[in-house]
Design a protein around this ligand. Sequence first.
Ligand code: ASP
Length: 327
Amino acid sequence: MKRVLVLAAAVTALFANAQGYPGSKPISFVVPFAAGGPTDRAARDLAEAMRKTLPGGNFVIENVNGAGGTIAATKVAKANPDGHTLLFWHIGMAATAGLYRKLQYKPLEDFEYLGMVSDVPMTLIGKPQLPANTYRDFENYIRANGGKLNIAHAGLGSASHLCGLMWQTAVNAKEAMTTIPYGGTAPAMTALIGGQVDVMCDQTITTVPQIEAGRVKAFAVTTASRLSGHKVLKDYPSLQEMGLKGFNLTIWQGLYAPKGTPEPVLKQLNDALKLALKDPDFIKKQEALGTVVVTDQRMERAGHKAFVAAEIAKLRPLIEAAGKFAD
Ligand code: ASP
């Protein structure tokens, strides 16, 4: 009899969790970079779309910068698994697994994978004062000025860091530039526009408006081929087109909850995420900024996790080849 009562109490607790969620307590999206950058912008758009389908959902964005995103990830891995603290992150979830010798969490074990949001190309951009106007001129300029230039990024293991590393390795210019880390690419973009740094590789989400306004110079996109369907990006070659054989970097974004979040809450969040990915306003906004909203298995929890596991395996040797590790 006692066992039946305990079981009944556990079942009630399970459903109470689902029924009461989200309630009046806010759902915090922890974003690992500064406000105003591409990750922050995408998280805000997603929160706005999910708010429409998660009754009562009151979302807040919490920017927790530092250590390439791993401080934010640690915070969420250790948070109360009640569905009110979630991590919105990108390819860094996989890149930092190969880059950091010591992490305070296990990327594949300490999170519930809620689903992938979008695929995001990146662009190689320079300060407006750079004398180069084409990718070819830009590469020649970098070679001729080795040692004098710097490249901004959003911390070790960030997408901008990974992209810069891959590009410098591909053009054999690893030592040609000093790397300057920022708490996100929003402050790095301000420094680039102001001419304090020379080069950056950043998500199209925030480079498109700056390229369009003529505030930065764009040289190439990081996707395998040119983005001919995009009104701004169509004018820039892919790095592969410029002779960097096999260069193909598209980053992605996903949503994660701490391990142990109740199953009905996870289902509710995944359902709301999938509805957001089909929301025409959300899709239109993302496409204008060069990103492609996920429509395949990666929007499912298991599909997303399998994809990230494959990304960790794919990125590790690339990071090892670039030879830069962090503690
Ligand atoms: N674009 C950044 C990165 O390089 C992050 C950001 O500020 O959103 O990962």
